[in-house]
Design a binder for this molecule. Sequence first.
Ligand code: UD1
Ligand code: CA
Length: 482
Amino acid sequence: MSAPLTAPAAIVLAAGQGTRMRSRIPKVLHPLAGRPMLDHVLDALRDAGIERAVVVTGHGADAVEAAVADRAATVRQEPQRGTADAVRVGLRLVPDDADQIVVTNGDAPLLPADLFEAVLREQAAGDTVAIIVSARVADPTGYGRLLRAADGSARAVVEDRDADAATKAIDEINVNTYCFDAAWLRANVENVPPSASGEYYLTDLVGLAVGAGHRVGVVQVVQPALVVGINDRLQLAAAEESMRSRINERHMRNGVTIVDPSTTRIDAAVEIGQDARIEPGTTLEGSTVIAQDAVIGPNAHVRDSRIGPRTRVWASVVEESVVAEDVQIGPFAHLRPGAEVGARCRIGNFAEIKKSRIGAGSQQHHFSYLGDAEIGENVNVGAGSVTANFDGTAKHRTVVGDRASIGVDTMMVAPVTIGEGATTGAGAVVTRDVAPGKTVVGMPARPIDMRRHRGQPAEAGEPSAGQAPVPTGADRNSQGGG
Ligand code: UD1
Ligand code: CA
């Protein structure tokens, strides 16, 4: 499909109240697949080559304007006197050089980009001043009905409340998406007369154009499920389901295995590499990026994170974290914001990591907490080990050097540094820095002479801990390094 050779702009109608949502949040900001529905509308317009959009706001204007400030112009319609009035207000911000203007609803987030492409193409190609989008639906109640002329072009739109029995029987409805010739729209939007209720109906422009001898073309949507405007939470849930299956389908067509699409929820902006495998019960949210050959799930929840190639995330929660390649996470691990996990790490059951960097090849197999820590490469963190990073007032850092061995149940009382290759004994409470290669035991932990501890001659000049042997937990079996 070729890009339009025109300079299109769009007006997105979003001033209405959305009463039936029964919400304190403006309707168009309710999320679908993790993003406000208005964003989906703007995405589809952008994907159709329409970069310039004006959003007409009214109810909840402050919140709506803040939500789209970086991607659309906004203008307030006060009071809300109908859809034609909204377009009139929106036109003020449409650039003068725009020659085609697409109008659509902010609460119709499922309309696909190719529909907008189609109306631009049809309007540019034919001798029409406007194209109107229609759909045939099982239950047309509440919608405006499209009346067609003998040649198939549009003749008029009759609102449900104004329709007689014969018109109510028509199942072809007005979607409320149009493409207008910009000059014609500017010249004629002021001519719409008020309705009985004092509202200005955009739909009246169809009758006006036809009455002046112009042709109004029709583009009919083939999948009527996509046109549903969202008015209540039931329609929101239905739209969510429909959007999620569309997202899953896109990933599967791109070479991602989704074992059970019905239990897999992937937000719109998530990226997934080829041959990645998404197992059942998995949720991928926000700006998450999954690299190729990764295996996520079953029952994983990943938000705003990057997961590296071949990494496995099994039944775990990962938030705002970065995980490198060939890592094993879970089951039942929790990576909280700011976790950075290096290549080939093993993060196991009930391991929690927050704002910490874990070097390549390190292991934290069992229940354990690392917060505000810098863990080197090939470190073993034994079961029950905890960074005491909070002294009641402030957070402090823990630094553990490469190849260190943290024995089971070690408390690292921050700020503290444990040097490269150092070892802590089982139950050690480390309150002071540990020199590289040293072993510390006890509470508070102090150095011991390992030779003496093992019944060998003491190292010359090395003070002994002067107490009974304490298990160090440094051997692989007692350390929980398994
Ligand atoms: C409108 C159409 C109807 C069509 C239906 C499709 C008119 C007169 N009727 O009806 O033919 O079948 O959409 O959903 O246009 N809005 C404003 N300012 C206003 C009024 C509305 O911005 O003053 C916005 C709303 O926020 C909404 C859109 O325009 O996004 C449509 O308004 P709504 O009240 O839902 O129109 P309907 O009566 O449903
Ligand atoms: Ca509506």
